[in-house]
Write a protein that binds this ligand. Structure first.
Ligand SMILES: Cc1ncc(COP(=O)(O)O)c(C=O)c1O
Length: 361
């Protein structure tokens, strides 16, 4: 049985809505992007949202919005997608790599506390795989040292921490609508969320060449604007998000049960009070690379997020970064993500679980 790691597609109704936008000629600065911003801010529970053209742009905007300047230090995990660190460097600031908690894969607040210096200005936790980071403990560190909290929520649409949705916990947050994400836009897209009036003003300016009025430029910026056709698809995807996340959770529950008894496999940990949206369903396993080969042979898709932590990437080594993060480095050798997307059938989940059991038998 073939089980793809992701399965993409759009309803006929959404394709028609996108075609209507294309026929209208209103391709930029349209009403769907505006409506998406209103609907996403309401869904997340924040005052403001600004849609942009990818998650990396959303991170850049969030960093600028939070006032990060050249020479500042920003605490980030190394166990994440490289955009989290690249955007900090692009601001002229320095990523400082923090260890993660082995159980949750998320930033370790105690190590964050140890890495504070006189130059630290922000903490940027990543809600990795769709599980919110330990936000109360991180907020405590931030409050003690007067730091901004910037959420990298690119994998966590709809996730929640003690009743607060990802994107509504820190000072500002960034989401991605890349095609594999829980929420999509028929291309590339992203969004920034915040409750802070001053931050959103800076974000809006930065995303649009610092343009306060047409051809009046108050500050430096870029063109990070979202296209209208992506706005219309993202609105439809937001409408389906809770149902799709529920299906992901259901699939995860089936895996949890089916894989619990295998001693070489550790299923995901979800601490009390956190709502996981399973952007990825990621195991820690023994003999990871051999298991990956076995899955491939049986036509089961899988992902390795991430085989090389950021601090071990050549680009970071060339930039002079030296770090030792033993938990991160061990996880990079142990993790493997299974198909968990909402279009999986129970039979497919069962097949994947049986394939893994057969490997360890
Ligand atoms: C944790 C994380 N941060 C940032 C990004 C960047 O988003 P994008 O690919 O939309 O630029 C991604 C998406 O791949 C991500 O997973």
């Amino acid at each position: 049985m073939k089980v793809p790691i992701v399965q993409l597609g759009l309803d006929e109704q959404v394709i028609k809505a996108a075609a209507d936008v294309l026929k209208s000629g209103m391709w930029a600065d349209g009403k769907n992007v505006k409506a998406l911003e209103e609907e996403f801010s309401k869904y997340t529970g924040v005052k403001h949202a600004r849609a942009v053209n990818n998650g990396t742009a959303a991170l850049m905007c969030a960093l600028h919005g939070a006032g990060i300047k050249p020479g500042d230090e920003v605490l980030v995990p190394s166990f994440t997608f490289i955009a989290t660190a690249n955007t900090i460097l692009e601001c002229g600031a320095m990523p400082v790599f923090v260890e993660v908690d082995r159980a949750t894969f998320n930033m370790d607040p105690a190590d964050a506390g140890r890495k504070i210096t006189g130059r630290t200005r922000a903490i940027m936790p990543v809600h990795l795989y769709g599980l919110p980071a330990d936000m109360e403990a991180l907020e405590e560190v931030a409050a003690k040292h007067d730091l901004k909290v910037i959420e990298d929520a690119c994998q966590a649409h709809g996730a929640a921490y003690k009743g607060r949705k990802a994107g509504a916990i820190g000072d500002v947050a960034a989401f991605s609508f890349y095609p594999t994400k829980n929420m999509v836009c028929g291309g590339e897209g992203g969004i920034v969320t915040t409750d802070d009036d001053a931050i959103i003003e800076r974000v809006k300016l930065y995303a649009n060449h610092g343009q306060a009025q047409k051809y009046i430029h108050a500050s430096i910026g870029f063109n990070f604007r979202m296209q209208e056709v992506n706005g219309v698809v993202a609105r439809a995807s937001l409408g389906a998000l809770d149902a799709n996340n529920a299906k992901r959770r259901e699939n995860a529950g089936l895996y949890d049960e089916a894989l619990a008894a295998i001693p070489q496999v550790e299923t995901p940990t979800v601490p009390a009070g956190r709502e996981h949206v399973y952007h990825q369903y990621t195991l820690k396993v023994k003999h990871r690379d051999k298991l990956a080969e076995h899955l491939q042979k049986n036509e089961v898709g899988y992902g390795i997020h991430y085989a090389i932590p950021i601090h071990e990437q050549q680009s970071m080594k060339d930039a002079g970064f030296v770090a030792r993060l033993p938990v991160t480095e061990a996880l990079a050798r142990e993790v493997i993500s299974l198909p968990v997307h909402p279009l999986l059938s129970d039979e497919q989940v069962d097949f994947v679980a049986r394939t893994i059991k057969a490997f360890y038998a």
